[in-house]
Design a protein around this ligand. Structure first.
Ligand code: UTP
Length: 505
C-alpha cells in the first residue's frame, strides 16, 4: 500500500488507471454505493500502488515464481551454544547497550492467527502454563524484568508493537484494559502494518470483500521494516537514541525478549556488520518445517539467507555432515536483532530503496516488490469475496485466492555481513501456532514446564520436581521472567511442588 495521497485522484482518473490494468471490475457496484462507501472505496484504491498490480499478478498470482536461482548453498556458520567464543564478553557489551537505553523491544503482532483459530489478536491468547497470562503479558514481563536487571532507574526499554489494520484497535484496547501490563504507557508504541490486496487465484482479478471494499491482507512480517519507517516508530527510536531492535514474534511466550548476549554479539562480533543477526536452533529432523539459515552464493559474493523448507532441495535437507548430523541444521526461529541504521538504509531517500551494506547507495527493489527491496511471497488461501454477478458474499470452501506477503528474513541478504547464534530449543522456543498438535498451547505448556524443571535442577532445586516413571515432570510449571531471567536467579529459593501440582514459581 502507498502512503495516503495528499490529493485524492478523481473517479475518472482511477477508472482510467483501473481499465488500463484490467481491474475496472472493482467499480462494478459504484452506482449502488452511498457517499460514505464511495469515499471509502476511492481512498482504498488510492492507497494501493496500482502501477505494481500487473507485475504482481503476472509474477506471483498467475505465475508461480520458482525459488530464485540460488548460487552454491552452504550451511551458515553459527556461534555455537557451547563456544568457543567469549560469551561473557559479549553479554557485557549487550548489557552496556541496554543500560544506556540503546536497545528497544520490537514485537510483530499483526498476523491473522488463522491456524490457531481465535478471533482476538494472538497476543491476547492465554499462554502462561499455569497462570494463563496472555502472550502480550508474557513478553511484557520479560521487558519489566530486563529493565530491573540491566537499566538504571532513569532508563527504560521502549516496546514497539506492530499490529495490523485488522487487529490494531482490539490490541490497544487489551493493553488499556490491562493497564499496559505494568509498563509505562509512554514507553509502548503501537502501529499498524500495511496491507496488500488479495487476488482471485484463477484470473488475477482483485477481489472485493464488500461492494465498497477490496479484500486485503496484512503484508507479512516483512512489512514491519517499512511500517517502522512510515509509522514514525523509527523517528521515535532516533529521538530516544535507540540503536538496536530486538525483534521477536508474538507467539512464543518463552522468547528472551531482551537477550544481552545476542545483542552484544550482533553489535560487536568481528564478523557482524551490526545490521541484522539471527538466532537458530538445531533442526529436530530433516523434515521439520522450518526455514534454514544458509550461506547462498550471489553476484556480490555469498550472503546469509533463510531458505524456506518448501524451497530447500530435498537432497540438501537430508544431507549429513562428517559426524552424522544434519549438514543444514540451522533452523530459523524468527528472532533477530536489527539496527535502526540498517532499517533507515533500507528505507532509502525515497523510502523504498534497498542496498546491500550500510554504506552502499540505494539499490533497486526486487521484482514486483511492495517496498524496501523485499520480494513478495505468494500463498493460496480461502478469501471470502463478493460475487460480481449476484452481489452476494461467498465463503469459499477451498483456496480461491492468492495473498501476497513479505518475510522479514529476506532483509538478511541485504546486509553486508550477518551472524547467526545457536540457542537451545527448550530454552526459548515454544511457539503457539496451531490449536492442537505440534506448536500448540499444549506443547507450549509442556516446554514451559520442562524448561522450568531444568532451571530448578541447574539451581540445585531439582529434588523439588516430582517426576513420572519416564523421568518427565509430573506437574505443570510456569517460571515468569520476573522470578528468574536465568537459572542462577533461583538459587537459595525454597520450592515445594506436589505431584500433579500446578505452580507459578
Ligand atoms: P505466522 O507466520 O505464524 O502467521 O506469523 P500468523 O498470522 O500469526 O498465523 P497464521 O499463519 O495465520 O496461522 C509469525 C509472526 O509474524 C507476525 C505474527 O503476528 C507472528 O508474530 N505477522 C505475520 C505479522 O505481524 N504480520 C503479518 O502480516 C504476518
Amino acid at each position: 500500500m502507498r502512503e495516503p495521497h495528499a490529493t485524492m485522484p478523481s473517479l475518472d482518473q482511477l477508472r482510467q488507471q483501473l481499465t488500463a490494468i484490467g481491474q475496472e471490475h472493482v467499480l462494478a457496484f459504484w452506482p449502488t454505493l452511498n457517499q460514505a462507501h464511495k469515499g471509502a472505496l476511492l481512498a482504498q484504491l488510492a492507497s494501493i500502488d496500482l502501477a505494481q498490480v500487473p507485475a504482481w499478478v503476472s509474477t506471483y498470482v498467475l505465475g508461480k515464481p520458482a525459488p530464485s536461482a540460488a548460487g552454491a548453498i552452504e550451511p551458515a556458520a553459527c556461534y555455537a551454544l557451547t563456544g568457543p567464543w567469549d560469551r561473557a564478553k559479549y553479554k557485557a557489551v549487550g548489557t552496556h547497550l541496554i543500560q544506556r537505553g540503546k536497545v528497544a523491544a520490537f514485537t510483530v503482532a499483526g498476523g491473522q492467527g488463522t491456524r490457531l483459530g481465535s478471533d482476538a489478536p494472538k497476543g491476547c491468547y492465554p499462554a502462561g502454563a499455569v497462570s494463563n497470562r496472555p502472550l502480550f503479558a508474557c513478553l511484557a514481563d520479560w521487558i519489566i524484568a530486563a529493565q530491573r536487571r540491566y537499566c538504571p532507574p532513569e532508563v527504560t526499554i521502549p516496546w514497539y508493537i506492530m499490529t495490523s489494520p485488522i487487529n490494531h484497535e482490539p490490541t490497544v484496547r487489551f493493553f488499556r484494559e490491562h493497564t499496559f501490563f505494568g509498563l509505562r504507557e509512554g514507553d509502548i508504541m503501537f502501529f499498524p502494518q500495511g496491507v496488500l490486496p488479495s487476488f482471485d487465484l484463477a484470473t488475477g482479478k482483485l477481489l472485493l470483500d464488500q461492494p465498497h471494499q477490496l479484500a486485503v491482507n496484512p503484508d507479512g512480517h516483512g512489512g514491519s521494516l517499512k511500517a517502522l519507517a512510515s509509522s514514525g516508530a523509527l523517528a521515535d527510536m532516533h529521538r530516544r537514541g535507540v540503536e538496536q531492535l530486538s525483534y521477536t514474534q508474538i507467539d512464543n511466550p518463552l522468547v528472551r525478549v531482551i537477550d544481552p548476549t545476542f545483542i552484544g554479539l550482533h553489535a560487536a562480533a568481528p564478523d557482524s556488520s551490526g545490521q541484522m543477526s539471527s538466532k537458530m536452533v538445531p533442526k529436530a529432523g530433516p523434515d521439520e518445517k522450518v526455514g534454514v539459515l544458509c550461506r547462498v552464493g550471489g553476484p556480490h559474493g555469498p550472503t546469509t539467507q533463510v531458505i524456506e523448507y518448501s524451497d530447500m532441495p530435498a537432497a540438501l535437507s537430508q544431507a549429513r555432515d562428517g559426524q552424522g548430523g544434519l549438514r543444514f541444521n540451522a533452523g530459523s526461529i524468527a528472532i533477530h536483532v536489527i539496527s535502526t541504521k540498517f532499517i533507515g538504509t533500507l528505507a532509502g531517500p525515497q523510502g523504498s530503496g534497498a542496498a546491500r551494506g550500510s554504506d552502499a547507495g540505494g539499490g533497486g527493489g526486487a521484482v514486483g516488490s511492495a517496498g524496501f527491496g523485499l520480494p513478495l511471497h505468494r500463498a493460496e488461501k480461502k478469501v471470502p469475496y463478493v460475487d460480481l454477478a449476484t452481489g452476494k458474499r461467498v465463503e469459499p470452501d477451498k483456496a480461491n485466492a492468492v495473498k501476497l506477503e513479505m518475510f522479514v528474513f529476506d532483509a538478511l541478504p541485504l546486509c553486508e555481513r550477518s551472524i547467526v547464534l545457536e540457542t537451545d530449543r527448550l530454552e526459548e522456543f515454544a511457539p503457539i501456532k496451531n490449536a492442537s498438535g505440534a506448536d500448540s498451547p499444549q506443547t507450549c505448556r509442556q516446554i514451559q514446564t520442562q524448561r522450568a524443571a531444568r532451571w530448578l535442577v541447574t539451581a540445585g532445586l531439582g529434588a523439588a520436581v516430582p517426576r513420572d516413571p519416564a523421568g518427565e515432570p509430573a506437574c505443570t510449571l510456569e517460571l515468569p521472567p520476573t522470578t528468574a531471567l536465568e537459572p542462577d536467579d533461583l538459587r537459595g529459593r525454597t520450592v515445594t511442588i506436589v505431584p500433579g501440582g500446578r505452580v507459578v514459581l
